[in-house]
Design a protein around this ligand. Structure first.
Ligand code: SF4
Ligand code: SF4
Length: 414
């Protein structure tokens, strides 16, 4: 009986027409199975659904290998074995035949109000964790496929297992990978979360798009750190988004280029014409919450305990690396404000934060501001600090000011 149901489902799947991103003109998709998958995706908030074969993706192996050799991923725990698994859906689900790829748009309008000494958070991290919404919609798709197969026939992937989701999204024609290395979905832009259902059901594959970035390079120009090479590759060790997520010290040369970003960075996507044309089409669930989630108060973040930050940021992307990383990022952003009003908060962090990482970056920030009271705080801390790393940061921060710094602050900031 189950075999009959599965055979019927497979026949349905083969009859199913090429799925189209929602809203494209032309005849509606035919075929019950694909139409049901599309309807389920739409009901779950997805903006597009496409299907590709689950054959291993050889170009992913090559690209990943080249990135590893260049050191682009040096700050992440990836290796060739990871690349191999990510390129081979069969490692997730034996006998995998197809992958259903969905795009969930999330760009929403940020509040207009900006105040001094505020940081910036990337759009993807504004609101509650997207995984809940994505998981629910992938489960709905998987249930249809399991039902059609008459047996468990799916594995959902929502940031939970290695899969080269951008490569498979491109293969499925969901979009194309732009020079900023994000998938650009027609009419939705690149502010999309990707999710996949790997299945043993053989569905008709959709065709890849015949689109590319052409001669456009706006994202490359917009990137302040030179992370984008313009050849569709990225040096992730220079990307602000990655810098805000690493757990160790941020390279000194890159700190001034991070601006006010506390978590993530949207500059290349904001500069991207197809993404601009798409507008802020994210679901209401991704609307910016009230309060300061988009432009957080940097001094308050820096002064918050790890426990308080865990409570405040629970359920958001910012909670992922813990409060120490968030305070470190706040210190860098305060330094980049060049605002003397930030000195008391930075001086307090240098003198009293429990984490050497935060004290060290606060020292850097005080040196970047370089006001008399900032130098005074640095000089005072130099005699007290026990951590070698922080003492080094203090010494480096004071270095450009030479003897003036050792005299302390005879002047008053103003
Ligand atoms: S996210 Fe920011 S730093 Fe990273 S590549 Fe884009 S513009 Fe550059
Ligand atoms: S800004 Fe231009 S080059 Fe960069 S991803 Fe967008 S379309 Fe492609």
């Amino acid at each position: 009986m189950a075999a009959d149901r599965r055979a019927r489902a497979l026949r349905e799947g083969r009859r199913a027409l090429k799925a189209r991103p929602f809203g494209r003109s032309g005849p509606a998709p035919q075929g019950d199975l694909k139409a049901r998958l599309t309807a389920a995706a739409r009901a779950g908030g997805a903006g597009a659904l496409r299907v590709c074969s689950a054959e291993a993706d050889a170009p992913t192996r090559e690209r990943f290998g080249a990135a590893l050799e260049r050191g682009d991923l040096a700050t992440w725990p990836y290796d060739r074995a990871y690349a191999e698994r990510a390129a081979s859906p069969a490692t997730l689900l034996p006998n995998a035949r197809s992958i259903v790829c969905v795009a969930l748009p999330y760009a929403t309008q940020p509040p207009n109000a900006r105040a001094p000494l505020r940081g910036r958070v990337s759009n993807y991290a504004w609101s509650a964790d997207y995984h809940t919404i994505m998981r629910a919609l992938l489960e709905a798709i998987a249930a249809i496929l399991d039902d059609a197969a008459g047996e468990p026939a799916t594995r959902i992937v929502c940031d939970t297992a290695p899969i080269a989701e951008r490569a498979f999204a491109q293969r499925a024609g969901l979009g194309w990978v732009g020079k900023h290395t994000n998938v650009i979905v027609p009419r939705l832009g690149s502010y999309v979360f990707l999710g996949e259902v790997v299945t043993t059901v053989a569905l008709d594959a959709d065709a890849p798009l015949r689109t590319s970035c052409g001669s456009c390079a706006r994202c490359v120009t917009a990137c302040p750190t030179g992370a984008l090479r313009g050849d569709y590759t990225i040096d992730a060790t220079r990307c602000i988004s990655d810098l805000t997520q690493r757990r160790d010290a941020i390279p000194v040369a890159l700190r001034p280029l991070m601006g006010d970003w506390v978590w993530g960075c949207d500059l290349c996507q904001d500069a991207c014409p197809p993404t601009q044309r798409a507008g802020r089409v994210g679901a209401s669930a991704f609307r910016a919450p009230a309060g300061s989630a988009v432009f957080p108060d940097l001094q308050r973040l820096l002064a918050s305990s790890t426990r308080a930050l865990a409570r405040e940021l629970r359920g958001t992307a910012l909670a992922w690396r813990g409060g120490t990383v968030v305070r470190r990022n706040a210190a860098v952003a305060l330094g980049n404000s060049l605002d003397r009003a930030a000195v008391p908060a930075l001086a307090a962090a240098l003198a009293g934060d429990r984490a050497a990482l935060v004290r060290g970056h606060s020292a850097w920030a005080l040196g970047r501001i370089g006001s008399p009271s900032a130098l005074c705080a640095l000089s005072a801390a130099a005699g007290e600090e026990r951590s070698y790393d922080v003492r080094s940061e203090i010494a480096r921060a004071l270095e450009p000011f030479g003897r003036m710094a050792t005299l302390g602050s005879a002047e008053v900031d103003g």
